[in-house]
Design a protein around this ligand. Structure first.
Ligand code: AMP
Ligand code: MG
Length: 510
């Protein structure tokens, strides 16, 4: 078993106050539901062995390989704006780290593996539904090219977990660049543990931002780098209609991956106020609030770093503020360039030559006009309650295919307004040199045909939980693994929910 899990556990070498040493609690009768063979290969693990009975013992927490140093990580966090000085892994255990084929260190972490010293009143377990949901959506995000934790395996436990009703239990093996969160920094800051903070920051720099190691102000550079990754990440979420659902500071990865898939969902009809999470009563984490919440979370992160930035608090605050003020622009650049690509507004127009002394100003003006065009399209979608994903996909096709444009026109509650908008769009397209075929190809590479639609996810979970039928789960995973391909045989998966299929709320299921 040692051979099969070549762990090297750098986090467990940090001081004891960073975690609790605890092994998973064995489960009664594990069964492998799914193994992610491609990911196993990427991690340098043997997929055939992982699919076998010995590995199942590990993936279910019944056995701990002797190379592992199982720990529950300590962290704090702001939950819906309220600070909780101690959360920690209450139902998860970090088994260890492996170095993947690219040389990147990745955590292997069991979620639903039993109680830990951080469990509070929880049972330390996960229900099958949320495990399948996380598996599907994290892998869908990966296929969309969005930084995310991955899912290596899902197993059922043969035990039931008590929620509103008894449900089958499950364990997810999650893979992440690390499980260090903003809340991990808050844990040490809340205790005034400056040494712990420094050790954590140094660990994060060495692990996730190695270029900063020699920086003259490494902790300020760390703040800036985390801001950049979060700004880019949240822009990517908006561009595919993703709503995280619980952007608490304990659910924000320092490595900039999407993490902790709870009541998350993809938006169907475009509405910036969309909220799915049943626990988000005030819409704090609504679709369009996500960029601001990102800024709020990063401000909490910056606060934890103050003692490392300068001995003089005012000076530290000034440094942090100057870096934090770059978040908005960073987000906008990422979001705006993404929107332009979604509309097929590629490259500089022909009439701006690179040697033009006003090239920069003209470019900036162009971006503003393009973004306005994008926002007007979004407004049309909102007025028409049109499906976000389908509309952009049809727009991609409309560049070459009049039938797709008819379909798009048909989605609009005001075809006249669509016509007026499309005329402006066509005029803009005529200003750069892309051929329709190439443009359409570029657009189709950023506007997915398939997202993890909520009604599909719920149907898959119901089949698994109610009927022990995992075929729909497998099929949906297959579809979502190639979101940018048309996959004609799976065409119905492109469709938005019919009114009776619409899912209004998603549940954490913790
Ligand atoms: P989450 O909502 O998954 O981000 O979890 C928030 C906090 O609650 C974390 O500290 C979790 O470890 C803890 N938690 C969630 N569900 C359970 C559970 N069933 N048992 C123990 N702790 C839990
Ligand atoms: Mg969490």
């Amino acid at each position: 078993m040692t051979f099969h899990f070549p762990f090297d556990n750098s986090y467990a070498r940090l001081p004891d106050r960073f975690f609790a040493r605890i092994a998973p609690t064995p489960v009664a009768a594990p069964r492998l539901i799914r193994l992610n063979r491609d990911l196993a290969v990427e991690l340098g693990l043997d997929p055939d062995w992982l699919a076998g009975p010995e590995a199942l013992e590990v993936l279910s927490g019944r056995e701990v390989p002797d190379t592992a140093t199982p720990i529950a990580m300590a962290y704090a966090g702001h939950q819906f704006g309220h600070f909780v000085p101690q959360l920690g892994d209450g139902r998860a255990i970090l088994l260890g780290e492996v170095i993947d084929r690219q040389g990147v260190r990745r955590d292997l972490h069991l979620k639903g593996s039993g109680r830990t010293p951080f469990s509070r009143n929880g049972d330390g377990r996960a229900a099958l539904g949320p495990v399948l949901r996380e598996y599907l959506i994290s892998e869908a995000m990966f296929a969309l090219g969005i930084p995310t934790t991955r899912s290596l395996a899902a197993v059922t436990t043969g035990e039931t977990v008590a929620r509103e009703m008894p449900l089958p239990g499950a364990v997810l093996t999650r893979v992440a660049q690390s499980h260090i969160r903003i809340g991990t920094f808050q844990f040490f800051a809340a205790r005034g543990d400056e040494e712990g903070l420094r050790l954590l920051a140094d660990h994060v720099i060495a692990r996730h931002y190695p270029d900063l190691g020699t920086h003259e102000k490494p902790y300020l550079a760390l703040l800036e780098a985390v801001i950049a990754r979060q700004a880019d990440l949240i822009a990517r979420w908006l561009l595919v209609g993703f709503i995280h659902g619980v952007m608490n500071t304990d659910n924000m990865s320092i490595a900039g991956e999407t993490i902790d898939y709870g009541p998350c969902a993809f938006m169907d009809a475009y509405d910036p106020a969309t909220v799915f999470s049943s626990i988000d009563h005030h819409g704090r984490y609504a679709y369009a609030n996500q960029p601001q919440i990102g800024a709020w979370n990063l401000t909490r992160f910056a606060e934890t770093l103050l003692p490392l930035l300068s001995d003089n608090e005012q000076d530290a605050i000034a440094q942090a503020e100057s870096v934090l003020s770059g978040y908005g622009a960073r987000f906008e650049v990422a979001y705006h360039s993404g929107l332009r690509r979604k509309l097929g507004l590629l490259g500089a127009p022909d009439n701006v030559r690179p040697d033009d002394p006003f090239a920069q100003e003209k470019d900036a003006l162009r971006v503003r006009e393009d973004v306005q065009l994008a926002q007007d399209f979004l407004k049309l979608l909102q007025q028409s309650e049109a499906d976000f994903t389908l509309a952009f996909r049809r727009l991609s096709d409309a560049v070459t295919d009049p039938a797709a444009e008819d379909a798009l026109r048909g989605m609009s509650a005001r075809p006249d307004l669509y016509e007026a908008w499309a005329t402006r769009w066509r005029q803009r397209l005529a200003q750069d040199a892309w051929s329709p075929a190439d443009r359409s190809k570029e657009m189709r590479a950023v506007n997915p045909a398939f997202i993890a639609r909520n009604h599909r996810v719920e149907a898959v979970i119901e089949a698994a939980v109610q009927r022990n039928d995992f075929a729909p789960f497998e099929e949906l995973l297959t579809v979502l693994s190639k979101p940018f391909d048309d996959q004609p045989r799976y065409a119905p998966y492109r469709d938005p929910p019919k009114s009776h299929e619409r899912v209004e709320a998603t549940f954490c299921g913790t």
